[in-house]
Design a protein around this ligand. Structure first.
Ligand code: PLP
Length: 394
């Protein structure tokens, strides 16, 4: 496999393992186990003396293709595919900590990610400090002698704040801690956390990587040393493995990822510009616009804007609901990264379990809606927003 291929080429050909039949599309190997030519061959495989598969919970050919293609895209040495994004996040964090260790995490995290570090980890004696991740000094102040992991998401859900990944990685390296980045919102097309100094990258492949609403999946990427030392045994023995059928779906998703992300980003950026000028809109937060509160960091660490837009309506919850209900093409859904444009009201759905105070800290109000732009025609989407906004009283 050529290392010099650019991403669009890697995403179509990277990692392919063609069988003796010469199939064009990758094969789906739906098998739990593997057979050996002899007892000696089985012994050698188990001793690690020969290359090959042992059991699908450890690894299997279709998953291998997906993992290798993700490695090629991300510039990682090793990857492990998981059944969901949350299986990836939980494994990436829990495989490397033990009772008495300390995690520092940005407080603006996807809800289930926040639960893993804030609620689950302390049950096993792992301490966690949540910080406002926008300011580097907060990360520095939270460091303790037992800090082992920094965990962040950038841009964040739903208000699209960003964290200076390079800055956090420098702090982590000073104390020998590892930085785990949940790169879902940025997509692997627009942000390369490993190049910025992060040690581990995780994805919910459910989002842009599938991008067509079909399957749940996740992936963890890092260097060979970290995977061998921390992840490998955890992954083999706790069983978060992805189904080979899902891996195949995601291989197809990766082929069109750059095309979809490009169109989604173009739609998101044009809708953001259109909405920013509307009198019923109080504020737009869009990485890629000059008025993004951290435009300097966006310019430094992201290669493109975002497929998501945070919209703050002047009329509060009533206006947010009226807008969502009046949209015809854009569907109401808490999912994101899909070919279909989706809109959600975080305060009453994805972020309803937070206290009012925690929501306010994250900048989520009754008037906040999050748009995930799809690949539809840009003008149709803008016309949909125009007709829906006309129906909002304020
Ligand atoms: C969706 C999502 C997850 C969880 O992924 P699942 O595939 O739903 O388990 C984690 N982090 C972020 C940022 C997400 O958007």
């Amino acid at each position: 496999m050529s290392k010099t291929w650019r991403p669009a080429t890697q995403l179509v050909h990277g990692g392919s393992l063609r069988s003796q039949y010469g199939e064009t599309s990758e094969a789906i190997y739906l098998t739990q186990g593997f057979v050996y030519d002899s007892a000696e061959a089985a012994e050698a495989r188990f001793k690690g003396e020969t290359e090959g598969y042992i059991y699908a919970r450890y690894g299997s050919p279709t998953n291998d293709m997906f993992e290798k293609r993700m490695c090629a895209l991300e510039g990682a040495e090793e990857a492990r595919a998981t059944a969901s994004g949350m299986a990836a996040v939980a494994a990436a964090i829990l495989c490397q900590v033990k009772a008495g260790d300390h995690i520092v995490a940005a407080r603006a995290l996807f809800g289930s990610c926040r639960w893993v570090v804030e609620t689950l980890a302390p049950r096993y004696g792992i301490e966690c400090t949540l910080v406002d991740g926008r300011h580097l000094e907060n990360w520095e102040k939270a460091i303790r002698p037992n800090t082992k992991v920094f965990f962040l998401e950038s841009p964040t859900n739903p208000t699209l704040e960003v964290v200076d990944i390079e800055g956090v990685a420098k702090l982590a390296n000073q104390i020998g801690a590892k930085v785990v980045v949940d790169n879902v919102f940025a997509t692997p097309i627009f942000q390369k956390p490993l190049e910025l100094g992060a040690h581990i990258v995780v994805y919910s492949a459910t989002k842009h990587i599938d991008g067509q609403g079909r399957s749940l999946g996740g992936v963890i990427l890092s260097d060979k040393e970290w995977v061998t030392e921390h992840l490998q045994d955890y992954y083999r023995h706790t069983g978060p493995a992805m189904s080979p059928f899902t891996a195949w779906t995601l291989l197809k998703g990766l082929e069109t990822l750059p095309l979809r992300v490009k169109q989604q980003t173009e739609n998101a950026s044009k809708i953001a510009d259109f909405l920013a000028d509307q009198p019923k809109v109080a504020k737009i937060i869009y990485p890629g616009r000059k008025d993004h509160p951290q435009a300097d960091i966006v310019a430094r660490q992201m290669k493109g804007g975002s497929t998501l837009v945070a919209i703050e309506l002047k009329g509060g919850k009533e206006a947010a609901f009226a807008l969502q209900n009046a949209l015809e093409i854009v569907k109401i859904s808490n999912n994101l990264g899909d070919a279909k444009s989706l809109i959600t009201h975080p305060a009453t759905t994805t972020h309803k379990n937070l206290t009012d105070e925690a929501r306010a800290e994250l900048g989520i109000s009754g008037g906040t809606v999050r748009l995930s732009a799809g690949i539809e025609d840009t003008d149709d989407l803008i016309e949909d927003f125009a007709q829906a906004l006309a129906k909002v009283n304020s």
